[in-house]
Design a binder for this molecule. Structure first.
Ligand SMILES: C[S@@+](CC[C@H](N)C(=O)[O-])C[C@H]1O[C@@H](n2cnc3c(N)ncnc32)[C@H](O)[C@@H]1O
Length: 308
């Protein structure tokens, strides 16, 4: 099978100068008056809800240094540091623009910042942390895209990632179907972090395998192809993540895995107003449209919480 490589490195490192057009769940929930908060049981930001979710599994008093990769505007880490003054955050991001935003957001709180491609960091770097958070960034990492082009000479980078895919497939018994996009960047980065034995890992991203719970089929329809799907965004394409591959690899590397959709972390308050908004074929107001999209995202995003 021939592949080409999809990367967003150039875009993130050299072109990105706003996240405004890419409405992440974290950013959508950050403003206190966000309409998205109104449909949640706990009407708070993603950072606050995630911290309380993780608290059920992590003894935060034993954690001092944690790493957030691809922290965007820095809102999630700001919430963590506000909730726990014992924590020290390291934020690693490829985008100079976003590193600047993260510094401003964290202000006086205990943060260290590094502008670098997470894929280029060596294992020693990750071994310093006992918690690593990757929220909505794995889809940005390189993907191998099946291609009919047998004539173009493959770049060194493409050959490197193709070899890596073959190795991961053999080592972790991952089946990559012909015609299937391979989330090679996500797999490579997670393997590195797991191999050094980071105690806790949380990651979340658009999944290509998410399904809405059966009791909500009437209200929520989630389209999932089962293999990574292209999402075209300003200046770059990204791909949904095949969570079953990440899960299998982490389990074989000795991790216990908790897997679910973001709706576990951000449970909805199913009142009449929300139900009638979800029943509408076409939203009548901007707010209803925002809510419909937000609820869709809560079930389309999956998370893995990994624990050694
Ligand atoms: C879609 S944004 C998500 C931001 C934030 N986590 C949120 O949920 O709002 C993706 C983030 O990952 C960063 N990123 C993308 N590729 C990266 C890489 N190779 N290494 C480190 N950071 C990367 C981007 O600069 C950006 O901060």
């Amino acid at each position: 099978m021939s592949y080409r490589l999809n990367t967003t490195e150039n875009y993130h490192a050299h072109e990105l100068d706003t996240l405004g057009w890419e409405m992440t769940v974290c950013n959508a929930l950050y403003p206190e008056n966000s309409p998205c908060r109104s449909v949640l049981k706990n009407k708070a930001s993603l950072g606050v809800n995630l911290y309380h979710f993780l608290e059920k599994y992590i003894s935060f008093k034993n954690i001092r240094n944690y790493l957030e990769i691809g922290g965007g505007m820095g809102y999630l880490s700001l919430d963590f540091l506000k909730l726990n003054s014992n924590l020290r955050a390291t934020l690693l991001d490829i985008s100079p623009y976003l590193v600047g935003r993260q510094k401003r957001t964290l202000g006086k709180y205990d943060g260290r910042f590094e502008q670098a491609d997470a894929l280029k960091k060596d294992e020693d770097f990750f071994s310093r942390f006992n918690l690593v958070i990757m929220n909505e960034n794995l889809g940005d990492l390189p993907a191998l895209i099946p291609s009919d082009d047998n004539k173009t000479i493959p770049s060194q980078e493409l050959i490197y990632y193709q070899n890596k895919a073959e190795r991961l497939s053999r080592k972790y018994n991952l089946r990559f179907d012909a015609e299937e996009v391979i989330n090679i960047g996500a797999l490579s980065l997670l393997e590195k972090i797991c191999r050094v034995g980071v105690r806790y890992i949380y990651l979340s991203e658009h999944s290509c395998e998410a399904v809405a719970p059966e009791n909500l089929h009437e209200l929520i329809y989630i389209a999932s192809a089962g293999f990574p799907e292209k999402i075209s965004l300003k200046g770059h394409d990204e791909y949904t993540i095949k969570f079953s591959h990440l899960q299998k690899m982490a389990q074989l590397l000795g991790y216990k895995v908790l897997r679910g959709t973001l709706a576990d972390i951000l449970p909805l308050e199913f009142n009449e107003k929300l139900i009638s908004t979800l029943r509408m074929k076409a939203a009548a107001t901007d707010e209803q449209e925002i809510i419909q999209q937000f609820v869709y995202d809560l079930y389309k995003y999956e998370y893995l919480f990994l624990k050694t």
